[in-house]
Design a protein around this ligand. Sequence first.
Ligand code: ADP
Ligand code: ZN
Length: 432
Amino acid sequence: MEFFDAAEAWNRDHIQHVQVTRLRSTIAQARKCDFYRKRLDEAGITPESIRSVDDIQRIPFTTKQDLRDQYPMGLLTVPTRDIIRMHCSSGTTGTPVAICHTANDIKAWANLMARCMYMVGVRKEDVFQNMSGYGLFTGGLGIHYGAERLGCMTIPAGAGNTLRQIKLAMDFHTTVAHILPSYALIVGERLREMGQDPRELPLRIALVGAEPYTVEFRRRIEELFDMKVYNSYGLSEMNGPGVGFECTEQNGLHIWEDAYIPEIVDPETGKPVPDGEVGELVMTSLCRQGMPILRYRTRDLTRFIPGTCACGRLHRRMDRIVGRADDMFIVKGVNIYPMQIEQVIMTFKEVGQNYLIQLENDGLGDVLRVKVEIREEFFVEDMRKLRDIQSRIARRLRDEILVTPTIELVESNTLPLAEGKAVRVKDLRNPH
Ligand code: ADP
Ligand code: ZN
């Protein structure tokens, strides 16, 4: 096994030993800002009071609201002149929060990112095209620095402009790409429309993340381009990408426990859930100087995968994200996540690249309308066939979510495309 970083080979004892040491120094660092000093004093937490990793449970949670309240720089723990970069979260769920980094923070982050890429086989000989938005979004510069750290020829293509993406990939023989799942299918379809076979591109690996997507969606991207797709998880509050990443086993994302302490808690009680059960991911940064964050409630739902990974790394794995707690919607009293719907519709070969879940009220009650793009070759079929597709999708969905949806088949490329992360749900019901 080839490792980029010695930490990848650490055993559990060593990982935990380092975590305790780093948690203590992170607490000492965090106490340099008023917010954490007060919080930690109230809870009676000093660096010395931490004796084992489990002691982390005595530390109060940090929420997104706390970060918003401390915006812009309330959580700084170094003088401003030591900060060399700031980023913001995408603001998918409300007002953004700002995260500031020292030179060391940026270096450590680039190393983590390079570690992820090396793990799935990216090497300096690769040409890497970053198709994610740059600017404040961490998926741009964050991954860019990782790719340069590995020594890849790095193309900062940025998001959108599909024709230019395709031209760059062809002219420079891009072998590795970073791309949003929703955008990957769009690029592939565009190529097909141009009469090109996406499988003929030299692309062999894509790093795909930043928003939830299902195994079925991954399989589609892999088949469309004949390449391997690895799930990449991160959030601005914990730097950005490079927090959790799939290895070549493609069975869960290793969370780098030398740099973070992950916990999974019951969103209601805040208590740890039994191993293997789904709950809210809570993250603590262990290597950040500029703005350390303790026990951050990510609102992302996942579970730890029990057992050890065949790749030999002992850093714990989390399962792909089910969704954000905020993504859940209730229809006729049933709790539903968009990914439950995606998982079903993406198994139908007639279904194209995009879908939209629309929640309506018809005066009698909730209506769950799922608009599904159908591939061109099927849209020309006769009405009976379309009706048949429609009812098969409705039936399979009802079995999964226990609510009968209204399925609306629409032509390819007719549903709205998001600028950045996909918007899967539109709620048109009157707020009560
Ligand atoms: P925002 O929360 O405003 O979107 P970020 O750009 O920091 O801000 O995005 C981080 C969030 O993106 C995560 O908390 C998670 O909800 C989502 N995310 C990132 N990577 C993945 C992934 N691989 N799978 C599912 N969701 C992801
Ligand atoms: Zn592994």
